[in-house]
Design a protein around this ligand. Sequence first.
Ligand SMILES: [Fe+2]
Length: 391
Amino acid sequence: MTNDAFPPFAFNTTPSVRFEAGAARRFGAIAGPILGARILFVTDPGLRALGLCDAALASLEEAGIAVTIFDRVEADPSLATLTAAVETGRAAGVTGVAGFGGGSSLDVAKLAALLTGSGEDLDAAWGVGNAKGPRLPLALVPTTAGTGSEVTPVSIITVGEEEKRGVSSPLILPDIAVLDPELTLGLPPAITAATGIDAMVHAIEAYASKSANNNPLSKMLARQALQLLGAHVETAVFAGHDMAARSAMLLGSMLAGQAFANSPVAAVHALAYPIGGTFHVPHGLSNALVLPHVLRFNAPEAAGLYAEIAADAFPELAHEDGTQGRCGSFIEALAALSKKLGLPAQLREVGIGEEHLAKMAADAMKQTRLLVNNPRELREADALAIYRAAW
Ligand SMILES: [Fe+2]
């Protein structure tokens, strides 16, 4: 086989994954040997108040581990929050970090482990591959099925009012991801729907990514993710206590995370960021609002790829003939799915005025790190046309 037929790629993921209903209750036994005697437990005030952390904390105590809790992580976590987490960990002389929660808590935990372990300057670590390490031992426990942060090498922090900065480095992949679907049983329908669509977008964008590192492993994982997410998202939203559906969603979101961690996302995410950053619309919903419109724009270049995965998400589309027909039906089925799940379909429904669209299009163009992966080249006028269609 020649090199052309099998181009080189790199694939990094979390080295140890524990998927087990009830794993949080045994967190001390599972993660204790990795994290050491004194740990920083990073979470958010909402989960704390709900008591969702209690079983994991009790198991750590049972394992004889001294726990310092940092429970001040907010949505779109700020630099001030990260700094406070690092200072809390340093003051306690922690030997490891546990992140417990949605993407925000996991992102803060990743950088807290890095900065506490290495003492390096965060300003020099922003960007791709600039972190030096070493980090402290790190365990991540997701409580939503969406971001896949437990298997991605990225952490996004809000600097100043609304600037999002990221650190991307295999160094911040955790030592272990602990996936306990029981933790997701109580997620409200709106969050289940938005995070579920986000995970599907990760799989779709990873599969069609123009990244030079798009690879057979990411493609395989993306397809398996779409099969799980497509088959179970409705049940997870409308019958939240269905363990089979919750398990499939948590597993699917992790597989999609492994896919896009190595074959990065593109214009759906690039156009979603200005919606989230300026108007504080949750990340998954921001993606859902632009998803069908970006895929329609991409179709002239990506119809073949979308047609390949259409029946993974929606098995009934296997009977559709022809690439164009199957691609079109896939996009319509995604739009219909968002609606069925109760998500708003138009930007105007989430309080965005038409006068903001031009600024959003200009802001989306700053996401060059994502736009380079889009299967069709997208300019500012295209972004504006997409926002208008979504408005
Ligand atoms: Fe996402």
